[in-house]
Design a protein. Structure first.
Length: 269
């Protein structure tokens, strides 16, 4: 099992180039094709209404501004991809999330960014929406991170459907890691990971099980702490959430990892 096609969401944030470089290096490691994706929906609400002097030019000028944004994103992708041969670019006048959902059918792994600003960057896809809608494993990359060794990986384990899905989705990373820690945070629930450990070992994964005492910290903080202690730069976790009134209500661990984790997180729903 491997990733034959890696897709990266490109926007106009400062972290986009770093994210593309990371995705390109992963494509090299897995001998995968790299596809950059960007979309923006023109905001026609700014166009003059009715037979105004500028009305004939309003809509085309709005579209041209969006096309220019997409050209800038394409140039950033090409520059950061470093002239690799197995690359592809896809863009359109569309909602960034809706376009990425459709394009994700061509990907084994989708790489998105985690912003730090109060508002989303232009062309940006919210990582929470990506995890819940794409139907693909999503690698969420913090700003400024431009490589992922994944020699040591922490698997946040709880015996749920989402966690089981995440372990299988992450197998290409886990099989090439030198050390995989299956971490159960001691929150009193008594989560077991022995069967998962056996499954990973059957796949040739060098994995050990670790129980981590949260000591008053949140589960997400405990996972980040365990990763830091063991020199891991990737956390694998299930994403827990459900739709409510067209918004996603997340569990605390998912929400905190998506918002604050200082290292890459591979998440599946």
């Amino acid at each position: 099992m491997t990733y034959a096609s890696i897709m990266v969401a490109v926007d106009l944030s400062e972290g986009a180039r770093s994210r593309v470089r990371l995705a390109a290096l992963l494509a090299d490691d897995f001998h995968a094709r790299l596809t950059g994706v960007a979309a923006e929906m023109p905001d026609y609400s700014w166009a003059p209404a009715g037979p105004t002097p500028g009305g004939a030019f309003g809509i085309p000028s709005i579209q041209e501004a969006v096309l220019n944004d997409l050209r800038v994103a394409h140039e950033a992708f090409e520059e950061a991809a470093g002239g690799r041969s197995r690359v592809e670019w896809r863009s359109d006048l569309d909602s960034p999330l809706a376009f990425l959902v459709v394009q994700a059918a061509a990907a084994d792994l989708v790489v998105v960014g985690r912003g730090t600003d109060p508002g989303p960057a232009l062309l940006a896809v919210d990582p929470a929406d990506a995890v819940m809608h794409l139907g693909r494993p999503v690698l969420v990359v913090p700003p400024g991170v431009d490589h992922l060794d994944a020699k040591r990986v922490v698997v946040g384990w709880k015996n749920t459907r989402e966690a089981r899905r995440a372990v299988l989705d992450a197998l290409p990373f886990l099989k090439r890691a030198s050390e995989v820690l299956v971490v159960s945070v001691d929150d009193g629930a008594g989560s077991e990971g022995q069967d998962t450990l056996r499954l990973l070992q059957a796949h040739g994964v060098s994995a050990i099980r670790v129980r981590h005492d949260a000591l008053g910290a949140s589960t997400s903080e405990a996972l980040v702490e365990a990763a830091t202690e063991h020199g891991a730069d990737l956390i694998v976790a299930g994403a827990y959430g459900h739709g409510r009134l067209r918004e996603w209500a997340f569990g605390g661990v998912t929400r905190e990892l998506l918002s604050y984790a200082p290292l890459c997180c591979l998440m599946s729903h």
